[in-house]
Design a protein around this ligand. Structure first.
Ligand code: PGA
Length: 248
């Protein structure tokens, strides 16, 4: 089954209006790519990003979304608001949010449901810590994380994008080997097959120190459908090189 690759930049809490303008311009000028490309930007920059990218084939999204529709939730941003700004994606369950903001598997699942309810595709992140990997718990951890989402979304589970991001590889310069990543992606695909009729069409991205020099081998693995790129998405030349490393 050949799936079109997807490369998503996760800017995290970086950027400014002038820095973003130069970065987006560098990406826009480098089109066309042989894969789908998106950037997930901090909330205040969504409006300008939408203006800059609308009319291009580039997509944009957010890095989080509330599980609530609306109401007295100070500081939260709803899926309906993201949809108004043309967001195609919302990252949910990034390990930084799970660890630093104590997000539970169920909260992540509820966020994914809220996003889908407004036509925003959740990019659901799963991944084990180094201690969990060393204890042989990788499979159990990622399956538990994905299972909460599958159960909550039920018949809509096939609509999500999954991102496998081993926590020990994020921002550390350590990358899972293509074989290590593929092994987990295959497990996740099998889990999705048991739950969603279209599992073979679903995208499972790899994230964790993807760089221009390792992207092509990672993306050539059978169950790796592209990447979620942190640090390297902040430099146009690197991000563009990663997008180009992705076969159509
Ligand atoms: P990294 O981050 O590419 O800087 O490792 C990936 C991510 O956290 O999504």
């Amino acid at each position: 089954m050949s799936r079109r690759k997807l490369v998503v930049g996760n800017w995290k809490m970086h950027g400014s209006r002038s820095v973003n303008a130069a970065l987006l311009d560098g990406i826009v000028q480098a089109r066309p790519f042989g894969c789908d490309v998106a950037v997930c930007v901090p909330f205040p920059f969504l409006s300008e990003t939408a203006v800059t990218l609308s009319g291009s084939d580039l997509r944009w999204g957010a890095q989080d979304v509330s599980s609530h529709e609306q109401g007295a939730f100070t500081g939260e941003v709803s899926a309906g608001m993201l949809a108004e700004f043309g967001c195609r994606y919302a990252i949910v369950g990034h390990s930084e949010r799970r660890a630093l903001h104590a997000e539970s598997d169920q909260l992540v699942a509820d966020k994914a449901k809220a996003a889908l309810g407004r036509g925003v595709t959740p990019i659901v992140c799963v991944g084990e810590t180094l201690a969990q990997r060393e204890a042989g718990e990788t499979e159990a951890v990622v399956k538990r994380q994905l299972s909460a989402v599958i159960h909550t979304l039920a018949h809509c589970a096939g609509e999500i994008v999954v991102a496998y991001e081993p926590v020990w590889a994020i921002g550390t310069g350590l990358t899972a080997t293509p074989e290590q990543a593929q092994a987990v992606h295959a497990l996740l695909r099998a889990q999705l097959r048991a739950a969603a009729a279209r599992a073979d069409e679903m995208k499972i991205l790899y994230g964790g120190s993807v760089k221009p020099d390792n992207a092509a081998t990672l993306f050539s693995q059978p169950d790796i459908d592209g990447g979620l790129i942190g640090g390297a998405s902040l430099k146009a030349a690197d991000f563009v090189a990663i997008c180009r490393a992705s076969p159509a």
